[in-house]
Design a protein around this ligand. Structure first.
Ligand code: NAD
Length: 482
């Protein structure tokens, strides 16, 4: 258990929730309690939005010079970098994600996001426009205002900073509603931001259920924009709830991404390593999981053998706090039950289970990495997002049929492909319906590269310069010079 209850963070202070109630969070690796977390409700959303509104309308954050905002974001980055170990431990305790991953990937990327968007703070500008009559026309890029950042539990810090860093860089203020299961880094980051010089009210954190605190935030008339990452069904609800006040809404949602291996791939061993990583990273609880693996028939049997070998060698289940562990538990007992139901469904549908499938005999919500071979794209395990370490392998022979199958999904987040045929690679990059295409790699991340989905995987793009469109409004100004 952490030493003190974690109150809400509003207007630069820890405050008690209006309900006066707290709920326990659980360490998924031990099933023991971690912390008592404030049960916020619509009254707390009211307080947090009012604080954010004041910070925005009085200009304590948007009124600072762009270079002052840049410097504060850079200070946040440096403080976070200094506290890598503290944040990595919190994140691993909350999520069950191996410490090796939080230390070496999540924290450095979180720091990089702050530095990258700090760099944009003084480079967001409008343009001057050619006019037919005597006059001056120009545009201003202004912050949208109060941004609601609503985030999931699978990569809490990184996914939050993908919203908070660009929103602040563009001069917005934020009310953050983290997932109830994993709120600890959100609180600590809000405190760190204050220490770095962010004015009170510019970043507020309210914990509580999505159905009450989350929906009150989305419906609030004084919130200008909602930036959401989570399940597709929740995203649809948010679109409806935000419509009343015509909120700007951007959504990063689920996926069922195809990873395609052609027989001419340069190195099947490398491709097998990435295919394993594509469904084992974070126990498969990743939106970009390559959970449908299409393998060309000519190499199919050989490739599946290599893949199984790699999973056995590289992805060992264990205590996520040990530096050598590569697979931790899934987030909760309920989620493990759900993943196990999918495994059962795969068996019943007649796919060949070539690896895993059993519950490890140990404390914690662990699931063995599980591979189903000779599956079809019609099976439930190929159609629904499992969000666990379960891979569905589908052999193919004909490229047109492959493309049709790869696109035959309601999702469109990413697609991976492995081939040495450069023409085919670029042709497929055009016809595969996804927000990102990964050629001869799987799962690269970069602050400068836009990320997001087509179809029911989302709306809008995060990362890169592109996300700044989501956090700014363009204002046109005409001056009569006649
Ligand atoms: P979720 O939709 O259950 O919850 C996400 C957040 O929304 C939580 O903070 C939750 O409390 C809140 N919420 C729930 N109902 C709400 C409502 N009616 N109004 C407002 N807020 C509400 O998702 P999850 O289970 O936490 O996360 C897993 C999902 O996130 C997966 O589907 C995964 O693919 C997706 N995801 C997508 C990306 C991406 O970039 N596309 C990244 C990570 C995760």
């Amino acid at each position: 258990m952490t030493s003190s209850p974690t109150g809400l963070f509003i207007d630069g202070e820890r405050v008690e929730p209006s309900t006066g109630r707290y709920f326990s969070t659980t360490n998924p690796a031990t099933e023991g309690s971690i912390a008592e977390v404030a049960l916020g409700d619509s009254r707390d959303i009211e307080r947090a939005v009012a604080a954010a509104r004041r910070a925005f309308d009085k200009g304590s954050w948007p009124g600072l010079s762009p270079t002052a905002r840049r410097d504060i974001l850079l200070r946040m980055a440096s403080l976070l970098e200094e506290r890598t170990e503290e944040f990595a431990v919190l994140e691993t305790t909350d999520t069950g994600k191996p410490i090796a991953h939080t230390r070496s990937r999540d924290l450095p990327f979180a720091v990089e996001l702050l530095r990258y968007y700090a760099g944009w703070a003084d480079k967001i500008h409008g343009t001057t426009l050619p006019l037919d009559q005597a006059g001056l026309g120009y545009t201003l890029r202004e912050p949208v205002g109060v941004v609601a950042a609503i985030t999931p539990w699978n990569s809490p810090l990184v996914l939050s900073l993908m919203k908070i860093a660009p929103a602040l860089a563009a001069g917005n203020v934020v009310v953050h509603k983290p997932a109830s299961w994993t709120p600890l880094t959100a609180y600590r980051f809000a405190e760190l931001a204050l220490e770095a010089g962010l004015p009170p009210g510019a970043l507020n954190v309210v914990t509580g259920p999505g159905s009450t605190a989350g929906s009150a935030l989305v419906a609030h008339a004084q919130v200008d924009k909602v930036s959401f990452t989570g399940e597709t069904t929740t995203g649809k609800q948010i679109m409806c709830d935000g419509a009343g006040s015509m909120k700007r809404v951007s959504l990063e949602l689920g996926g069922k991404s195809p990873n395609i291996v052609f027989a001419d791939a340069a190195d099947l061993d490398t491709a097998a390593g990435f295919a394993a990583r594509g469904f084992c990273t974070n126990q498969g609880q990743i939106c970009w999981a390559g959970s449908r693996l299409f393998v060309e028939e000519a190499v199919h049997a050989r490739f599946v053998d290599k893949l199984v070998e790699r999973v056995r060698a590289d992805w060992r289940i264990g205590d996520p706090m040990h530096a050598s562990t590569s697979m931790g538990p899934v987030i909760s007992g309920t989620h493990r039950d759900r993943v196990e139901e999918f495994i059962e469904e795969g068996r019943k549908e007649g796919a060949d289970m070539v690896l895993g499938g059993k519950r490890p005999d140990m404390r914690g919500f662990f699931v063995q990495p599980t591979v189903f071979d000779n599956a079809s794209n019609r099976m439930k395990i190929a159609r629904e997002e499992i969000f666990g370490p379960v891979l569905t392998v589908i052999p193919f022979t004909d490229v047109d049929d492959l493309v049709a199958q790869a696109n035959d999904t309601c999702y469109g987040l990413v697609a991976g492909l492995w081939t040495t045929d450069i023409t085919r690679a670029h042709r497929l990059a055009r016809v595969l319906r996804a927000g990102s295409i990964w050629i001869n790699t799987y799962g690269p991340q970069g602050a400068a590269v836009p990320f997001g989905g087509v179809k029911q995987s989302g709306l809008g793009r995060e990362l890169g310069q592109e996300v700044l469109q989501l956090y700014t409004e363009t204002k046109s100004v005409w001056v009569n010079l006649g």
